[in-house]
Structure formats: structure tokens, C-alpha cells
Design a protein around this ligand. Structure first.
Ligand code: SAM
Length: 346
């Protein structure tokens, strides 16, 4: 668990780690706010009124943005927070960090498209389910540093209003077409509803201030999702997965996938989920931070790095490193990559 999300870590340490590791290079505003909090005992004391799990920087900042905190320097934010603490506190207590990032579909797609279909998709930790619509989005993969060859992939009925950009390095098996998805469903402790404006406003507030491209993409993806409703079962992934897999249609390859979810589980729950994936007749596609899934760590050729990059793994076999919001994908050696895509369970 990262210090910023570790409820036992001191609040100042959580905010400093968030500033230096997560926000740096991603959000100048959140980096300034978080390092300001870390050095400001008055604001730390305010945040310490929350229970440990709710002191998370991403939650406090998102709740602040939800209530209208403007992008500003730290001094202005500290004054705003002190004046609006009651609203921010109430929102922190009733909401959770459930960022739903359709951009992550760009790193899932090459793996999914190489699995023999038709596919039945189950996403655990689906939030509002935006990643379950990955066959309804368009993709633009650019090789190398962003100046290389460009490959577009569109839905069968033409370009989607949601265009996902991804820089691709290594031997990425970019598909010619999107997979044939015949059934889809999700599980979440607290499903968000794309038809509920308050839920969509919360999803918007979870996007970091400078990420205008992600905000526009969220709005477009919500429209796509509204046009094709998907069931998201409310409950714990370990409790609900077996029953949901049993509901998938016969003749389809069931793929259970998750991105940015297992970090919320303790190690025992993560091991239980991995064991379930090994036992059920499914393919298991995992996209999580490098130190999160023991079954994947055991198969990594190098020790997990401190980098914020996720590792994409199919049936626990690492196949790529991915930028956490899906902006970048680095495919591993072809022997690793292609061997595990089509041969079934490891
Ligand atoms: C950071 S969000 C990621 C959402 C989505 N996978 C994405 O990448 O856009 C993590 C989600 O996992 C859900 N979650 C966390 N623990 C869970 C559990 N034990 N069972 C089901 N869902 C869980 C949370 O409610 C939240 O919606």
C-alpha cells in the first residue's frame, strides 16, 4: 500500500508522498496543495478529524473540488478549506475514491483482442462501468515517444465519440478490430450510476484539475454508457464473482478483468481472489500497481519497481507495463507476451 493511502501513516507523510510521487508531473495544483498540507499543522489537524482511511489526499482534494475549490496556490486552498470544512468533511465521509478511467481500456484492448472470442466480460471494481464499454470506443496508438507510426482502431459501426490515445512501445499486438463482446457485467462495493447526475459530478471531481482531456473523455464515455446499460452487481468481488461467472452465456470466453482495484484489498483477500481466478473457467486480466498482486509479482522477471506504472498480467503472467491512466503501454518480450495470450490458463 502506498503511504498516501495507508490509513496508519501520519497525515503529513501521506500528503508529502502524494505530492512527490503521485502528483509530481501529473498535477501542479495537487502537488502544491499536498506539499502545502504536509508543512501546515493547522490543515493537518483539520484533516485528522477524519477517520484514517478518509484522510487520503485524493479523497480530500476531490471532495474540495466537488464543492467548488478553485485551482489555486496552497495559501488560497488552505483558506478555502478552512471556510468549507463542514461540506468537505461530509462528502469525504459519504464518498470514496472511485475514479473511473475509460483511458485504461487502451492498455487492456491488445490483450483482450488476442483472446479467442466471443467474449463475456466481467469487471470487478467497475465503479460506473465505463471500462466495460471498451468495444464502443475508438483507439489511437502512437509508437515510441509519440512521434512514431499511428494505428487507429474503431468500432465496427464507425468512429466513436470517445477516442483513447495511447503511446505504445515494445511488440504490442495492436488489433485490426475490436473484440466481439456478447455479454458484460460488473461488480462493485458501491456502483456509481451513469444516469445519476450527482454520481457523474463526483466522477468529474475525481479527475485531477489540469486533466481537461480526461474530463472531456469522461463526459463522452458517460453518453456511450447511457446508451448501453450494463448491470453492476453491488457487493464484494470475492463474494460475488463465482455467481456472476456462472451467469455468463455458454460458448463465450469469460474474461474477468480489473484495473486499479486490488490495492483496496488486504493481502488475504487478494490471494483469495487470485486463487478463485485459478479455479474458475475464466481468463484473468489484471492491471494493477506493481506491488499489489503476489501471484503476478512471483512471475515478474525483475523486482517490482517504485515506479507508479501498473503491470498488466494475463492469467497472472506479466505482459506489459502501463501508465496508470492508460496513456502509455510498454509490451514485454514477445515470448512472454504472445505465449500467454492464446494458450489458456497458466
Ligand atoms: C479506483 S476505482 C477503479 C474503477 C475502474 N476499475 C477503473 O479503472 O476505472 C476502484 C473501484 O474498486 C471498487 N472496490 C474496491 N474494493 C472492492 C471490493 N472488495 N469489491 C468490489 N469492488 C471494490 C471501488 O468501489 C471502486 O469503484
Amino acid at each position: 500500500m502506498r503511504a498516501s493511502t495507508d490509513p496508519r501513516a501520519a497525515t503529513a507523510d501521506r500528503y508529502r508522498q502524494f505530492a512527490e510521487v503521485e502528483a509530481r508531473g501529473m498535477s501542479a495544483c495537487y502537488e502544491a496543495w499536498a506539499s502545502g498540507v504536509a508543512d501546515d499543522p493547522a490543515t493537518v489537524a483539520l484533516i485528522d478529524r477524519l477517520p484514517g482511511p478518509k484522510r487520503q489526499p485524493n479523497l480530500v482534494f476531490s471532495a474540495s473540488r466537488f464543492h467548488g475549490a478553485p485551482v489555486s496556490d496552497y495559501e488560497a486552498f488552505a483558506a478555502w478549506l478552512a471556510a468549507h470544512w463542514a461540506e468537505v468533511e461530509a462528502t469525504c465521509l459519504t464518498h470514496a475514491t472511485q475514479t473511473n478511467e475509460p483511458g485504461r481500456c487502451a492498455v487492456l484492448l491488445p490483450a483482450l483482442a488476442a483472446i479467442p472470442g466471443p467474449l463475456a466480460l466481467i469487471e470487478v471494481g467497475a465503479s460506473a462501468g465505463l471500462c466495460l464499454h471498451l468495444d464502443r470506443y475508438s483507439y489511437r496508438y502512437t509508437a515510441g515517444d509519440g512521434n512514431g507510426a499511428v494505428r487507429m482502431v474503431h468500432p465496427a459501426d464507425g468512429p466513436s465519440p470517445v477516442l483513447l490515445d495511447c503511446r505504445a512501445t515494445g511488440p504490442v499486438p495492436i488489433p485490426d478490430r475490436l473484440p466481439n463482446v456478447v455479454w458484460r457485467a460488473g461488480i462493485d462495493l458501491n456502483p456509481l450510476d451513469v444516469n445519476d447526475d450527482a454520481d457523474v459530478a463526483w466522477l468529474d471531481a475525481l479527475i485531477w484539475p489540469e486533466h481537461a482531456d480526461r474530463r472531456a473523455r469522461l463526459r463522452a464515455a458517460v453518453e456511450v454508457a447511457r446508451a448501453g446499460p450494463v448491470e453492476i452487481v453491488r457487493g464484494d468481488l470475492n463474494e460475488e464473482i463465482e455467481a456472476l461467472v456462472a451467469r455468463a452465456p455458454a460458448g463465450a470466453t469469460v474474461v474477468v478483468f480489473h484495473t486499479a482495484v486490488l490495492a483496496y484489498l488486504d493481502e488475504e483477500a487478494t490471494r483469495r481472489f487470485a486463487a478463485t481466478m485459478g479455479r474458475l473457467p475464466v481468463r484473468w486480466l489484471s492491471n494493477e500497481a506493481q506491488k499489489v498482486v503476489p501471484a503476478v509479482i512471483e512471475r515478474m522477471r525483475t523486482a517490482p519497481a517504485d515506479s507508479t506504472d501498473f503491470v498488466l498480467a494475463l492469467d497472472a503472467e506479466p505482459i506489459a507495463f502501463t501508465q496508470p491512466h492508460g496513456r502509455r503501454l510498454h509490451w514485454l518480450a514477445p515470448s512472454l507476451a504472445t505465449g500467454s495470450l492464446t494458450t489458456g490458463r497458466v
